[in-house]
Design a protein around this ligand. Structure first.
Ligand code: NAG
Ligand code: NAG
Ligand code: NAG
Ligand code: NAG
Length: 224
């Protein structure tokens, strides 16, 4: 009982401390995922209630990160996700930021999680955060970058890490990071692409640091 009282007493101070530190990140990772590689794994996937997503990379998130590789999360529990704040963006979000998690949903829980876990640590308002992500998606057309370099989703051929990385880097003009996972048969495949963005979410930058897990020298890029 006493500790509960203490907890209640401390909570507002705690939250204040968190929200005041919310802006001290160094850059964003803008992460896009290849839907087929999310789906053909042990965990499987479910398409949204409004239909199968486009055959394109989808947004996973826009994540504040520190130069030292660590990152802040859940910076302001009071700044709850409000779908009304992004009402004008829902049509685009459904297509560009679809949830593939089961059970199938209208994707709003995915946006909510991304906002609470990552968005609240940024300097952006909800509408600015989701607009920034959509804008970044529009200026970084990864699928087109790959296709311009002759790399297409293909269920039989393997592609190489060097060709994928250089195709995307030549196209976006900055260093990027490619992440693989394994399909249900254990084969490595292209899963996510990380592009780095400055603190305001508006300018692409070279990545100050890369996550650790990377791809083998060749892997699949399966059709979706
Ligand atoms: C990384 O940097 C941030 C911000 O400067 C700091 O709060 C955090 O403790 C650092 N983390 C590590 C693992 O050094
Ligand atoms: C968070 O919400 C609680 C409950 O509504 C409120 O008492 C508290 O003052 C809020 N804290 C901040 C930092 O806004
Ligand atoms: C981010 O990039 C944009 C576009 O290049 C630029 O206008 C803005 O000043 C940059 N912001 C920061 C904080 O670097
Ligand atoms: C983080 O790294 C970027 C690029 O390497 C650098 O411009 C920036 O000053 C660094 N920020 C801090 C707080 O060290």
């Amino acid at each position: 009982m006493r500790s509960l009282k203490l907890l209640l007493f401390l909570t507002p101070i705690f939250l204040l401390a968190f929200s005041s530190s919310a802006q001290e990140y160094d850059f964003f990772y803008f992460v896009q995922q290849w839907p087929r590689s999310f789906c053909n794994t042990n965990q499987g996937c479910c398409y949204p209630t409004y239909g199968k997503p486009p055959s394109d990379f989808g947004i996973h998130g826009l994540w504040p990160n520190y130069n030292n590789s660590s990152y802040p999360t859940y910076c302001d529990p009071n700044n709850t996700f409000d779908i009304n704040e992004v009402q004008g963006l829902v049509f685009s979000l459904r297509a560009k930021w679809p949830s593939l998690k089961c059970p199938r949903s209208d994707s709003s829980r995915f946006w909510q999680l991304q906002w609470m876990k990552h968005g609240t640590c940024s300097v952006l308002s909800q509408s600015d955060y989701f607009s920034a992500a959509l804008q970044l998606k529009a200026v970084t057309n990864i699928l087109q970058c790959l296709q311009l370099a002759g790399i297409w989703p293909d269920d039989r051929r393997y592609t190489t890490l060097t060709s994928v990385v250089s195709a995307i880097q030549n196209c976006v003009g900055h260093t990027i990071y490619v992440q693989c996972n394994r399909d249900i048969r254990g084969r490595h495949q292209l899963y996510q692409v990380y592009i780095c963005v400055n603190q305001t979410g508006t300018g692409l930058i070279d990545c100050p640091v890369f996550p650790t897990r990377t791809c083998p020298s060749s892997f699949r890029f399966p059709k979706f």
